[in-house]
Ligand binder design. Structure first.
Ligand code: ADP
Length: 397
């Protein structure tokens, strides 16, 4: 069975074709600048790369181009579209309706449209991706996998904000959480590595990339997470502020004469690592500059790590215990200094880092000492594989 995984953005489309017989990636790629001048596709298979520059008006033309690349005589990896048994779509916001992945039906499409107001930047693009695929591959089953679904097990004490309840009842304002596919994937792997029944495990998963979130996974279920109604909440990120005093928004608007849209742009695009370091939103640049003695970058790293450390402590308290801390995503998987900085000072919780193991780990491993009560793990996330597995499970029934 070959499964195509699609992650559609407003002007881009990422894809992977996965052979589920051995869960290997046959090809993957990225279409950019859909509907904008200079549209292009970069298609990778094995060690080869194939690029096409071609005007693409919309997502339908983008999907057609992806299928052409996948079935191309010279650069393709399948002989016809019929070899694709199902398509799995990443959908950002499932609202309260979706606590798991689903086969996409007309009712599901309707519910996705209803949820669009909760994620106006993401869901409309995801919907366009699905509609385009349905048009080009009308007979291929499609599955939706939601970033929010894993967190639907959060109890009301974790997901309700201290606002008038009416906003929850009418507008569905509550904490939803994101990166759920990643938190689910790495926490399941961590449970295997702990070698205990899932019900007996308490894990904090730290997805640290451009966007970052931390989740408390108790008994295999998400019980709290740092992102909220939107992905702006929680820890400091590449360009996002994370949690701030909400009154700051009014304060900036009044002092700087900015509109709400301008302030939201500051919080989403000009804050976090780039805002504090005045250097870069990329952890590698901030790290390198800090290592060269730049004080602003050093302080930025401290603020970044301190915020994450506080959440690890908070979630250990929320769960009443802690068996493992998991690091994943771009920074979590690759930056040993960042991991060391985050767990520094957590020894009182029984967290002891093995400095050598932490420096040398590749892809996956335990980087705490043998006598550390809490295991520190590095686990590579693989959201595409998680989507493909759900798609296979639902469509082979
Ligand atoms: P996204 O959220 O866009 O999927 P990623 O998970 O790819 O992001 O993470 C991107 C972040 O990971 C960037 O801040 C980048 O600097 C950081 N990163 C990637 N590789 C390394 C590395 N070797 N050392 C430190 N940081 C890294």
């Amino acid at each position: 069975m070959k499964i195509l995984v699609i992650n559609a953005g407003s002007s881009s489309l990422k894809y992977q074709l996965i052979d589920m017989a051995n869960e290997s990636v046959l090809a993957k790629g990225l279409v950019e600048r859909i509907g904008i001048e200079g549209s292009n596709l970069v298609h990778k298979y094995g060690k080869e790369k194939y690029e096409v520059v071609k005007p693409l008006q919309n997502h339908v033309e983008a999907i057609e181009l992806v299928l052409e690349a996948l079935t191309d005589k010279q650069h393709g990896v399948i002989s016809s579209m019929d070899e694709i048994s199902a398509v799995g779509h990443r959908v950002v916001h499932g609202g309260e309706k979706f606590a798991g992945s689903v086969i996409i039906t007309d009712e599901v499409m309707e519910a996705l449209r209803e949820n669009s107001n909760l994620a106006p930047l993401h869901n409309p693009a995801n919907i366009m991706g699905i509609e385009a695929c349905k048009k080009v591959m009308p007979n291929t089953p499609m599955v939706g996998v939601f970033d929010t679904a894993f967190h639907q097990t959060m109890p009301p004490k974790a997901f309700l904000y201290g606002l008038p309840l009416d906003y929850y009842k009418r507008l569905k304002i509550r904490k939803y959480g994101f990166h759920g596919t990643s938190h689910r994937y790495v926490s399941q792997r961590a449970i295997e590595m702990l070698g205990k029944p899932a019900e007996q495990t308490k894990i904090v998963t730290c997805h640290l990339g451009n966007g970052s979130s931390i989740t408390a996974v108790d008994g295999g279920k998400s019980v709290d997470t740092t992102m909220g109604l939107t992905p702006l909440d929680g820890v400091l990120m590449g360009t996002r502020s994370g949690s701030i005093d909400p009154a700051i928004i009014e304060f900036i608007m009044k002092s700087e004469g900015k509109t709400i849209d301008e302030v939201m742009k500051v919080l989403n695009k000009e804050s976090g690592l780039i805002g504090l370091s005045e250097k870069s939103s990329d952890m590698r640049d901030v790290r390198m500059t800090a290592n060269q003695g730049d004080e602003k970058c050093e302080t930025t790293l401290e603020v970044w790590a301190y915020g994450i450390r506080k959440y690890i402590g908070a979630f250990a308290a929320a769960m009443g215990g802690l068996d493992a801390i998991v690091f994943t995503a771009g920074i979590g998987e690759n930056d040993w200094e960042a991991r060391a900085r985050v767990v520094k000072g957590l020894e009182f919780l029984g967290v002891k880092l093995d400095a050598e193991a932490n420096k040398n780990v590749k892809d996956e491993g335990i980087v705490s000492t043998a006598d550390s009560k809490v295991k520190i793990m590095v686990i590579s996330t693989n959201e595409e594989l998680a989507i493909a597995r759900d798609t296979l499970a639902l469509t082979s029934k």
